[in-house]
Design a protein around this ligand. Sequence first.
Ligand SMILES: O=P(O)(O)OC[C@H]1O[C@H](OP(=O)(O)OP(=O)(O)O)[C@H](O)[C@@H]1O
Ligand code: HPA
Length: 188
Amino acid sequence: MEKEDSSVFINDEGARYRLEEMISNEKVHGIVRGLADDISNRYREAGSVHLVGLLKGSFVFMADLIRAISIPVTVDFMAVTSYLGTESTGEVKILKELNEPIHGLNVVIVEDIIDTGLTLSKTLALLETRAPADLKVCTLLDKIDRRKTPIDIEFNGIVIPDEFIVGYGIDYQQRHRELDRIDRVKFL
Ligand SMILES: O=P(O)(O)OC[C@H]1O[C@H](OP(=O)(O)OP(=O)(O)O)[C@H](O)[C@@H]1O
Ligand code: HPA
């Protein structure tokens, strides 16, 4: 991808787009702290929580979330994908398995964004078969208007409108993950 000027980008197909701020850095970090408090309070009595991040999108969120959680926390990652460009294919492919078993653990799946819910519903069904003590979902962003399958979200950061977004680990054609805020993609 080439940059035309400092604010116009060109995607892999040659279309021009800009990024516009949707959620500021301060607001994102406030939401993350709130989620960390909710998770800490929920599992304090149990003594610990095991977070399972879905790669790649969750890695920035996960890094901030674990540092704001105030109880013992362990972390693992899994990579699944259902996207080609901006469209969900409905097919979920496992690209990277978990490193450790989750049997008997209090597991929270950590997602950057839930859109159609297809990625997560397939992942939840798979992880349920491994008999965790508890299996809950935490997402930073919830694009509820696009849902194709219901998802029970225990720890929900913020509901966003049906717009394609990037930043804070989330990509468009693998770009813009490094932005420390959430932007919408606006085609020109
Ligand atoms: O609710 P859904 O419609 O299934 O979409 C949500 C998923 O799509 C994105 O991942 P993507 O497949 O783009 O992979 P990435 O995390 O590696 O960017 C995002 O990070 C979620 O995991
Ligand atoms: O809005 C989005 N942006 C990037 N990746 C995504 N995956 C689902 N929705 C989105």
